[in-house]
Design a binder for this molecule. Sequence first.
Ligand code: SF4
Ligand code: FES
Length: 256
Amino acid sequence: MPDRELRFRVFRHNPFDPESTPRMVQFQLTETPRMTLFTALTRIREELEPSLQFDIVCRAAVCGSCAILVNGKPRLACRTRIETLPNDITLMPLPFFKLVADLSVDTGQWFRDMGTRVQSWINAREPFDPNAEEARMSNETAAEIYELDRCIECGCCVAACGAAQMNPEYLGAAGMLRIARFLADPRDGRPEAAVFDVVSTEEGIFGCIGLAACEDYCPKDLPLTSRLAYLRRKTALLALRKSSQVEESTVADGYA
Ligand code: SF4
Ligand code: FES
């Protein structure tokens, strides 16, 4: 099969330059074997437009920095094979996050703020004792926590989410996943009221409108919709507990 001629339409704008206006710029490249979007962007910058800004660090779907909109869908540039795309490829920065320039957005500030809002750390029951034995947990619990800790903070789930586009304060699937991760951790002793206050709001679980795009576009295949459902059930049970309609001992905490 002859190598394809690829036509890229790339968003360009520097919001810090008063002379800059948002525009789409066209570039043309010949496809090469096993080309990824990372390769294509690097060639455009090296051969055609040295000022083009985009983020790439690890090239291995680990750092989460290279997420962009590819023909309208959030994807990691380093993991996207050009052979899976048509000849005409439109590249835009992720929506929702603050634009740095061209295809580069600041996901870091949003993830830091989200981490503070959900208290993304172990709320220990006891003061730290450096002489205490290491805390033990079952293999199943450790595996569950490991699974939920695989988020690379790329922002694809938030960029794909209709609710997040309408509500900039929404915690998004990544925020909700973080809460589920600490609820699964037996070392965490945060009070239920604190969980309820964060989750049972329009910025929390009630902001989700159930489109499930978060899970469709998560490049790490994280179980986002099942954890959103878990938090919704958990919130309902906490609300019942608050109104004393359910005894604490009757409330199941599992994901099933
Ligand atoms: Fe990216 Fe998935 Fe984490 Fe969302 S949950 S930030 S899509 S890795
Ligand atoms: Fe790190 Fe793509 S460059 S995830």
